[in-house]
Write a protein that binds this ligand. Structure first.
Ligand code: HEC
Length: 173
């Protein structure tokens, strides 16, 4: 009986992996994040820098916030609310000690961006996303979008910064 349940368990696990893999390849073909229907924006890695931040705690990451041209223009001209078409990206990497740099400094002081964690986006479309302050939210890990249910907490947590159109990050000159 134990053996059978072990085999059954293994079968269930394998089915899960196969289902996950099918899902992942579907995403690679350009599937959208379902709740807001946002696809990984093309060329986001080349967008201009808004600012950087470090989160400690459970995140323990280094992050860069980038904007597409419309978002950068709005930031620089201090235009609020952000115009439709603005996209803000938040890239995060593991907060990692650099032994290589520490050797040069002669002491432990260097922390750098390690492996990527995920990328988050806020996409402005005041009509389509009227229910969430005009912003659509998305998160991708290795190009795979986060499922619907996991996107639900995004907007509520950005509500405290409604006065700056739900965007926390300040522009670093
Ligand atoms: C616990 C509250 C909280 C949740 C939940 C949350 N955010 Fe944020 N978000 C923040 C804070 C605070 C910042 C600014 C500091 C930082 O970058 O860590 C931020 C920054 C951002 C930024 C950069 C623009 C800005 O507002 O500064 C984007 C893009 C973003 N979040 C997207 C998302 C997405 C997508 C989700 C859901 C998957 C999400 N956030 C969930 C609190 C939250």
């Amino acid at each position: 009986m134990r053996r059978i349940s072990y085999i059954l368990g293994a079968l269930v696990a394998m089915t899960g992996v196969v289902a996950y893999m099918a899902h992942a390849s579907e995403q690679a073909a350009g599937a959208a994040s379902p709740m807001f229907g946002i696809k990984l924006p093309a060329g986001y890695r080349d967008w201009k820098l808004i600012s950087v931040a470090h989160e400690a705690g459970n995140n323990n990451d280094l992050r860069a916030v980038l904007g597409n041209d419309l978002a950068i223009k709005a930031y620089r001209e201090e235009t609020l609310p952000f115009p439709d078409g603005s996209i803000i990206a938040r890239l995060a990497w593991a907060y990692t000690t650099s032994e290589e740099n520490n050797k040069v400094f002669g002491r432990a002081q260097s922390f750098v961006a390690g492996p990527p964690i995920n990328v988050q986006f806020m996409v402005k479309d005041s009509k389509k996303y009227a229910a969430t302050g005009g912003w659509g939210f998305a998160q991708f890990k290795d190009g795979v979008p986060l499922e619907d249910a996991a996107l639900a907490p995004c907007f509520p947590c950005h509500v405290p910064i409604k006065s700056r159109d739900y965007v926390f990050t300040h522009y670093s000159p």
